[in-house]
Design a protein around this ligand. Structure first.
Ligand SMILES: O=C[C@H](O)[C@H](O)COP(=O)(O)O
Ligand SMILES: C=C(OP(=O)(O)O)C(=O)O
Length: 451
């Protein structure tokens, strides 16, 4: 199939991996037709603003914090849950802004992160084999054969929950929730367990002092009232994503208006696959997850396919290699991309290459391994004269026990206490706060040496 003519559905001529086996394709097209005329969730000018911020971060003029749940659940679409996610992301971004002295691009894995690629089509729960859970937009987590069958009606619920979540985020921000002067109010119920809370409190006091000083000098601090906050999810379900793709009459370009940014997963980034075909026609900023087995030449071909005009901010390479493999796999990739001269933003996802299984089938990740991969990424980029422009995390504002280590030194034996994730393990509130302090130290350490 030729790659010359792109349309929002030209991907249908290419092999599409990880698509749910819907039993009734007619029901699916009925739903996607209905979705395609519903209002978009975001606006092209917002998407362009994000693209410019990513381009600035790629040049060292900012830092991208992308994070949120591994898989959002429909039941999480409530005030408390959204508020808690916003609190931890705002706290982390404040720590990073203060530590790095750079604007932070806040990019939630939120308001649409409802679909999951899986390694196996079937999974075994208590000795019984079921179709794998593929995210709430596909099937139900409950171990029940009938409820595990992909149901296209769930796409409508995914759209609705995304819209409700984003609507509440927008209301919170325009209502002043993100105002820096309220930084003490972003505390969470599990705060007493967060070892880094005192450091956070001291930092906020210093910032508030500086704001009071500015105000008493007559400097207008209203710029601190509000923030940019962007949404992102894995663009996995192509029927859904193409239904949310619209032509912008002003520019004539096509945008996926279901999120500001979308990424292609490690399992679906085949050069001649349907996902790459779909993504190459979008004007949105696009992320691509890259694991340790990737061939550097193939990655440069991929970047070229996605961004033939070398638009700045358009492609973010999100490496997720694992602490054991990053030292070997990242340098050739960095060198090949650098040699190609193509503009990319580099981000590090230190979660997905560091998953290990404990006991029967409990997935976990160790804080120390996550830290080690991050540190390697900062160092390798510094060594090759490239810039690590951001990080990508699975995390939550809740007091879960899914990843081990951190200041509270969670052990494998603690995992059963509050393991809630429906797919992969997330950093909990305390670990996320600690991680933000660690990243800001790494940014300072590795950029202090810059020219
Ligand atoms: O979040 C990423 C993937 O969906 C996840 O790691 C897949 O997990 P699996 O290997 O258990 O299918
Ligand atoms: C599936 C994911 O990651 P990866 O494609 O890197 O495995 C994810 O981030 O949810």
């Amino acid at each position: 199939m030729s790659h010359s003519t792109w349309t929002p559905t030209s991907w249908k001529h290419f092999p599409a991996h990880q698509q749910p086996p819907y039993p009734d394709m007619q029901a699916l097209s009925h739903i996607t037709n209905a979705l395609s005329v519903l209002p978009p969730l975001v606006y092209p000018a917002e998407v362009e603003r994000l693209k410019s911020s990513i381009a600035a971060a790629a040049r060292g003029g900012g830092f991208i914090l992308q994070g949120g749940d591994c898989a959002e659940r429909f039941t999480d679409c409530n005030e408390q849950n959204i508020t808690n996610k916003m609190k931890i992301l705002l706290q982390m971004s404040l720590i990073l802004t203060y530590g790095a002295r750079k604007p932070v691009v806040r990019l939630g894995r939120i308001a649409g992160q409802y679909a999951k690629p899986r390694s196996q089509a079937q999974e075994t729960i208590e000795g019984i084999s079921y179709p794998s859970y593929r995210g709430d937009s596909v099937n139900d987590l409950a171990p029940d054969q009938a409820r595990r069958v992909p149901d296209p009606e769930r796409l409508t619920t995914a759209y609705t929950c995304s819209a409700l979540t984003l609507n509440y985020i927008r209301a919170m921000i325009s209502g002043g929730f993100a105002d820096l002067r309220h930084a003490f109010e972003w505390n969470l119920h599990s705060i007493e367990k967060a070892e880094k809370w005192k450091d956070y409190r001291d930092m906020v006091e210093t910032i508030l002092d500086a704001i009071h000083f500015m105000e008493s000098c007559g400097v207008n601090s209203h710029l601190l009232d509000t923030i940019d906050f962007f949404t992102s999810h894995e663009g996995l379900l192509l029927e859904y994503e193409s239904a949310l793709t619209r032509k912008d009459p002003a520019s004539g370009r096509f945008y996926n208006l279901g999120a500001h940014m979308l990424w292609i997963g490690e399992r679906t980034r085949q050069l001649d696959g349907a996902h790459v075909e779909y993504f190459r026609g979008l004007a949105n900023p696009v992320g691509v997850k890259i694991g340790s087995n990737a061939d550097p030449e193939e990655v440069t071909d991929l970047i070229h396919r996605l961004n033939p005009t070398n638009e700045a901010g358009r492609v973010t390479i999100i490496t997720r290699m694992g602490m054991d493999r990053v030292e070997k796999a990242l340098p050739p990739l960095v060198c090949a991309v650098k040699r190609s001269g193509m503009p990319v933003a580099w981000s590090c996802d230190p979660m997905h290459g560091n998953t290990r299984v404990v006991g029967e089938n409990i997935k976990t990740r160790a804080f120390a391994h996550i830290e080690a991969e991050l540190e390697s990424c900062f160092r390798i980029h510094r060594h090759h004269g490239t810039i690590l422009a951001g990080v990508h995390f699975e995390l939550t504002g809740e007091d879960v026990t899914e990843c081990t280590g951190g200041a509270a030194n969670l052990q494998d034996t603690d995992l059963g206490k509050n393991y809630v994730s429906s797919c992969d393990p997330r950093l909990n509130y305390s670990q996320s706060l600690e991680m933000a302090f660690l990243i800001s130290r790494l940014i300072r350490q590795y950029s202090l040496q810059e020219r």
